[in-house]
Design a protein around this ligand. Structure first.
Ligand code: ADP
Ligand code: ADP
Ligand code: ZN
Length: 217
């Protein structure tokens, strides 16, 4: 299955992606995680991307598309994949369609996790992440078993530098202008499914499974 996760920052894409990837045995590919890994390793891609992430702006399409083409060419993507945070612009979506059509493939479903804006700020400012495995926690809604430590790898969890109120405003603005048009884009291709993202984490996953069971072959 080839799945795209859509939704504003803080909607729960990363959280749900972990569950989906485990259940359907497809790799979870998060552009944000790839950028952050490159930033922490100070690669040339990381040095370039950092300025954009710090300001809550999008990394230019050219850089992002070429990085994703490399990632999607890796063998583990042959059985399908789950994209979290890509595409984020219509240009990226068109590049992805073209890339897939070269091998006769296409997206099976674009899942929009629908969460109203007033819930987003609390979700993002309370988010804590594991720099090592990318797991996402929330100080109130999804705390780790041991305070401050990742359940999976027991590393210290941290607040992302771009999860401050000021940067979130810029990211939401970017979402409205550049990413939201993708909803119409995938609707027009008849692959859009919207799931209610306001319930508890388990409930949202159930909503997603209900959609995917009709698509999973
Ligand atoms: P995204 O990848 O879309 O930016 P995350 O999955 O990182 O979003 O979730 C953002 C924050 O909200 C995290 O702190 C996460 O633990 C929390 N969260 C995710 N889903 C829910 C939910 N259904 N209810 C409450 N909090 C949630
Ligand atoms: P969230 O979904 O919580 O907003 P991500 O981890 O997906 O955060 O993305 C963090 C940052 O990484 C974005 O604000 C942006 O700077 C960069 N980024 C991630 N995905 C893309 C993309 N597809 N195109 C351009 N920039 C991206
Ligand atoms: Zn971890």
């Amino acid at each position: 299955m080839k799945i795209i996760l859509l939704g504003p920052p803080g909607a729960g894409k990363g959280t749900q992606a972990k569950f989906i990837s485990e259940r359907y045995f497809i790799p979870h590919i998060s552009t944000g995680d790839i950028f952050r890994k490159n930033i922490s390793e100070k690669t040339s891609l990381g040095v370039e991307a950092k300025k954009y992430l710090d300001e809550g702006k999008l990394v230019p399409d050219e850089i992002t598309i070429s990085m994703m083409k490399n990632r999607l060419a890796v063998d583990d993507c042959k059985k399908g994949f789950l994209l979290d945070g890509f595409p984020r612009t219509v240009t990226q979506a068109k590049a992805l369609d073209l890339f897939l059509s070269n091998t006769g493939g296409r997206i099976d479903v674009a899942l929009l996790i629908d969460v109203p804006k007033d819930l987003i700020l609390n979700r993002i400012t309370g988010r804590r992440v594991c720099p090592s495995c990318g797991a996402s926690y929330h100080i109130k809604f999804n705390p780790p078993k041991v305070e401050g430590k990742c359940d999976v790898c027991h590393n210290d969890i941290v607040q992302r530098k771009d999860d401050t109120e000021a940067t979130v405003k810029s990211r939401l603005d970017v979402y409205d202008k550049q990413t939201e048009p993708l909803i119409d884009y995938y609707e027009a291709q008849d692959v859009l499914s919207t799931v209610n993202g306001t319930g508890e984490i388990d409930q949202v996953f159930q909503n997603i499974k209900d959609v995917l069971k009709d698509i999973h072959k």
